[in-house]
Design a protein around this ligand. Structure first.
Ligand code: C2E
Ligand code: MG
Ligand code: MG
Ligand code: MG
Length: 293
């Protein structure tokens, strides 16, 4: 994919939609239209508690319903949005929409479900992320800790002082949760786990893909999981696609998994089917009925 190619050559902005300047301008124009014409929407991928096999929450992922090309994935258009600055209004839309979804779950009695949104580095230095999130929380009345911000290692490293300061404010003053996304693919050292006041660590799909065949990757994943849990962090493994991976990861104990094996990201109207199928973690079991009959 474009994203993987970007990782290998250490380019942050390397969308295949935009490798020519005239293409970039064309996509920028179309993305502006997408915003005003409401062509963007969110899909939701569940996070599964591996021990209990219930849903702890979802990650919101952006999609673009392009009038000619159909639905375009985030991995293709988010890099264009980042390099043009359009990620700021797109991010505002994503945050508002995510908080609306959290409020809907709250009113349906799903008070434990969390929702994660991805935040680009650009959103920290352009636009007012704090204001956007504060307003969305206030307008929807959601419990702030159920909103999780996923930030990649690369994003955190871009301007570590600025980003760590902004994350600390979001966490301390608003109470949102922070996840370190794509862990293991960037340059960050383990000390950043403390510095950025992270709550959740998401182990990148590239590690998960090598499980269980690659023994050294297995050792690393097991060490990362143990370390993260010792630090009191929640661990999520990304991109679980096979039963073998799930069997191996389940043996590590208390972790969560996200991946195509459990579910692809689904549109909002597909959420209730998933909740019925897996159940929601943290809900009380139905009380046993005594002395009936
Ligand atoms: P991410 O946050 O690491 O999200 C995981 C990506 O892996 C998603 O791709 C998801 O569809 C895909 N995925 C999930 N499970 C599996 C699996 O089992 N196998 C494989 N092969 N892939 C899996 P997507 O939706 O194209 O998003 C790509 C990236 O774009 C995301 O990576 C995230 O960094 C970014 N992104 C997505 N939505 C947003 C957004 O609303 N705002 C920002 N700033 N970035 C976003
Ligand atoms: Mg993510
Ligand atoms: Mg990720
Ligand atoms: Mg990833």
């Amino acid at each position: 994919s474009a994203k993987d190619a970007g990782k290998n050559c250490y380019q942050f902005y390397s969308p295949h939609l935009s490798h020519r300047a005239d293409h970039l301008m064309q996509w920028e124009q179309q993305l502006r239209v997408a915003l005003t014409e409401r062509q963007l929407f969110l899909v939701y991928q569940p996070k599964i508690d591996l021990a209990r096999r219930c849903i702890t929450g979802f990650e919101a992922l952006a999609r673009w319903n392009h009038p000619q090309q159909g639905v375009i994935s985030a991995s293709e258009f988010i890099p264009v949005a980042e390099s043009t600055g359009l990620i700021v209004p797109i991010g505002d839309f994503v945050i508002a929409e995510a908080c609306r979804q959290l409020a809907a779950w709250q009113s349906q009695g799903h008070e434990t479900l969390t929702l994660a949104v991805n935040i680009s580095a650009v959103q920290f230095w352009r636009g007012d992320l704090y204001e956007t999130i504060a307003r969305a929380i206030e307008e929807t009345g959601i419990a702030a800790h159920r909103l999780e911000l996923e930030i990649t290692e690369t994003a955190m490293m871009e301007y570590p002082d600025l980003v760590s300061e902004k994350i600390a404010a979001l966490k301390k003053r608003l109470g949102v949760s922070i996840a370190l996304d794509d862990f293991g693919t960037g340059y960050s050292s383990l000390s950043y786990l403390n510095r950025f006041s992270v709550d959740t660590l998401k182990v990148d799909r590239s590690f998960v893909q090598a499980i269980p065949a690659d023994r050294s990757v297995c050792v690393m994943v097991s060490a990362i999981v143990n370390l993260a849990r010792s630090l009191g962090l929640t661990v999520v493994v990304e991109g679980t696609e096979t039963e073998e991976q799930i069997a191996w990861l389940s043996a590590l104990g208390n972790i969560q998994a996200q991946g195509f094996l459990f579910s692809r990201p689904v549109p909002a109207d597909g959420i209730s089917t998933l909740l019925d199928r897996f159940g929601v973690c943290g809900m009380r079991e139905p009380l046993a009925v005594y002395g009936s009959g």
